[in-house]
Design a protein. Structure first.
Length: 297
């Protein structure tokens, strides 16, 4: 007997995009058993747009509480054994549900399946990036180390079993950035992860994307690591290596944002955790000089 699939679409003031997201869900080669839209306090025309789909879509409105709360609400109100999350500004390829569902059927130990992703420019529709690297199996350590692509970090790329969602405790509503990474890690500690190496999600790139806020990225991922290591156990053996990598990535993000004070602060922390990484940071003065030259041209 085929498992029921619920699509949960959290949205906040994305009336201009949400019709495309819903249409992509309805046009799946394996149609979902239900679509639940959770409106997180929008003040635009979102409700009007969703109402045009009639009974094919269930609409729930809540006071603004953030995307994590909206996703948790959608899962609580849905009935599927599998939940596929879809951000309101993204669009699925037609075979996404079919191909992710097949992974669950093949291996009952899988609790979550992610897939590749195409990033496109919101204004032109042109492809600006492609992510088809990811891992499957027992990948929790890879997630905590943050050394190579492990998970496609987008809610729209994720399908999870209700059992895995419940055991992991859902999304952490304290997080604004890093919430997908945190959630996937907690699932990966308990279940195997599956991966479809195809770009089945079209991810819209635009200025409103939360991940562009480096400060929130630092705060969210700091909380992720605090939680990961608070549990103790074997993961503690990875702590210095993982935190060295974390501070290196945050340092690089601050460098790109032009905040050189924050860059230096995290560079020092990274080297303290992983002295072998000093060579990586020695190249940054050259990068800064090159960047200054390119801006003058």
């Amino acid at each position: 007997m085929s498992k029921k699939v619920s699509v949960v679409i959290p949205t906040y003031n994305y009336g201009q995009f949400i019709a495309g997201a819903i249409e992509g869900a309805l046009e799946q080669t394996r149609p979902p058993d239900e679509i639940v839209v959770v409106d997180d306090g929008s003040i635009d025309n979102t409700e009007i747009i969703v109402s045009e789909f009639g009974t094919e879509v269930r609409y729930i409105k809540q006071d603004n509480a953030g995307v994590c709360a909206a996703r948790n609400k959608g899962v609580a109100e849905s009935c599927g054994e599998l939940i596929a999350f879809l951000d309101a500004d993204d669009i699925w390829e037609p075979t996404k549900i079919e191909k992710q569902l097949a992974k669950f059927v093949q291996d009952p130990e899988i609790g979550l399946v992610h897939c590749g992703m195409r990033e496109f420019d919101s204004a032109t529709g042109e492809t600006v990036g492609m992510i088809i690297d990811g891992q499957e199996g027992w990948i929790a350590d890879e997630l905590v180390l943050w050394e190579r692509p492990a998970i496609v970090v987008s809610g729209s790329a994720t399908m999870v079993s209700r059992k895995a969602f419940d055991e992991a405790g859902g999304y952490d509503t304290r997080l604004k950035v890093g919430e997908d990474w945190d959630f996937c890690y907690r699932v990966a500690r308990r279940f195997k992860v599956g991966f479809v190496r195809e770009p089945l999600v079209n991810y819209r790139s635009h200025g409103a994307a939360a991940h562009r806020n480096v400060g929130e990225m630092e705060r969210g991922m700091s909380l992720f690591y605090e939680k990961a290591f608070a549990d103790g156990g074997d993961v503690l053996s990875l702590k210095n290596r993982a935190l060295g990598n974390f501070h290196r990535i945050i340092a690089g993000s601050y460098f790109q944002a032009g905040d050189y004070g924050a860059f230096m602060r995290h560079a020092v922390k990274s080297i303290w955790r992983r002295p072998s990484g000093i060579g990586y940071f020695l190249g940054f003065p050259v990068r800064r000089l090159k960047g200054a030259k390119s801006r003058k041209q």
